[in-house]
Ligand binder design. Structure first.
Ligand code: FAD
Length: 307
């Protein structure tokens, strides 16, 4: 059995694996796709101390750094269940195999909910963005839309309004769902327009980048086109935790509940990164949390293992 088994090979999982391996304990990583969301990212400008990098480059660096250590990486393996036992924890894999460990670090990340309209995938990273903290500055002085009138959409619109020239916020419903205080702030901004009952139907572009979006006004059925350079989709971040339902405590949003040490509701099981309740889903945060979870797992091992 492993001393520490990390599930997930994104920034959180890679950091956890390195921190665990550096304690000289048996460390394994099970990952569906080593690299995680970083693989789908282009420019990264907020990975502190690295002025600028690209997702695929960072993903390779993560893997190389992990491989500097004696870590058993099981890539292209999907975990389907976590079963706590008497003396260890079992992680069942889709392949039918299972892996046992004294402690587990869950770092299965999350995925942005997509609009699923024509053009969205084609123009991803070419004007279609999901993270205002990451990509907001790329649209300095340009026109953007934010899709979604919940807290994250309205926060994104307020944030972006300070950077870009104009923000159009589109909400599907008849009214915004964000907290009143955020809505007040939003409506006080001169360069924001809110359109409700708007169903986005298409992302348009010139072949190389986004040049607008098409939406249907649900009250009249009329179709409209807005010219702009960027679209921030803020209709939800879905944690990859379906497989943990019933075994580990999850928040109403499906995030793994963790305390300040990265401990979950199950003794010996820790969690880190975008899959958890820790706010602000960012690479540096995921790495910090992954390191913390591995140190907590080590702490747990030295307190519970026979001398
Ligand atoms: P993830 O990166 O999501 O990794 C999860 C890992 O778990 C993957 O290896 C996945 O394959 C694996 N996994 C999932 N389910 C299972 C399972 N059942 N069994 C086994 N393995 C599983 N952040 C920044 O700081 N700066 C940026 O510029 C930036 N830009 C971004 C741009 C885009 C387009 C996107 C999508 C995200 C961006 N982010 C950015 C956010 C950043 O990528 C995430 O915060 C970070 O990757 C989270 O790391 P993580 O390890 O928690 O999860």
């Amino acid at each position: 059995a492993f001393d520490v088994l990390v599930v997930g090979g994104g920034p959180a999982g890679a950091a956890a694996a390195i921190y665990a391996a550096r304690k000289g304990i048996r460390t394994g990583v099970v990952a569906e796709r080593f690299g995680g969301q970083v693989l789908d990212t282009m420019g990264i400008e907020n990975f502190i101390s690295v002025k600028e990098t690209e997702g695929p480059k960072l993903a390779v660096a993560l893997e190389q750094h992990v491989k500097e250590y004696d870590v058993d990486v099981m890539n292209l393996q999907r975990a389907t269940a976590l079963v706590p036992g008497q003396s260890d924890i079992e992680i069942r894999l889709e392949s039918g195999a299972s892996v046992r460990a004294k402690t587990v670090v869950l770092a299965t990340g999350a995925r942005w909910r997509q609009m699923n309209v024509p053009g969205e995938n084609e123009y991803r990273n070419k004007g279609v963005a999901y993270c205002p903290h990451c990509d907001g500055p790329l649209f300095k002085g340009k026109r953007v839309a934010v899709i979604g009138g919940g807290n994250s959409g309205v926060e994104a619109a307020i944030d972006l309004a300070g950077i870009v020239s104009h923000v159009t916020l589109l909400e599907f419903d008849t009214k915004l769902r964000a907290d009143a205080v955020l809505q007040r702030k939003l409506f006080s901004l001169p360069n924001v327009k809110v359109i409700t009952q708007a169903q986005t139907t298409e992302v348009t572009g010139d072949g190389a980048k986004v040049n607008g979006l098409r939406y249907t006004d649900r009250s009249t059925g009329a179709s409209h086109h807005i010219e702009l350079e960027g679209i921030f989709v803020q209709i939800g971040l879905l944690p990859n935790t379906d497989w943990l339902k019933g075994s580990v405590a999850l928040s109403p949003r499906g995030e793994i509940e963790v305390d300040a040490h990265g401990r979950t509701s199950v003794p010996g099981v820790f969690a880190a990164g975008d899959a958890t309740t820790v706010p602000y889903k960012q690479i540096v945060i995921a790495m910090g949390e992954g390191s913390k979870a591995a140190l907590s797992a080590f702490d747990h091992l030295i307190r519970t293992s026979a001398p």
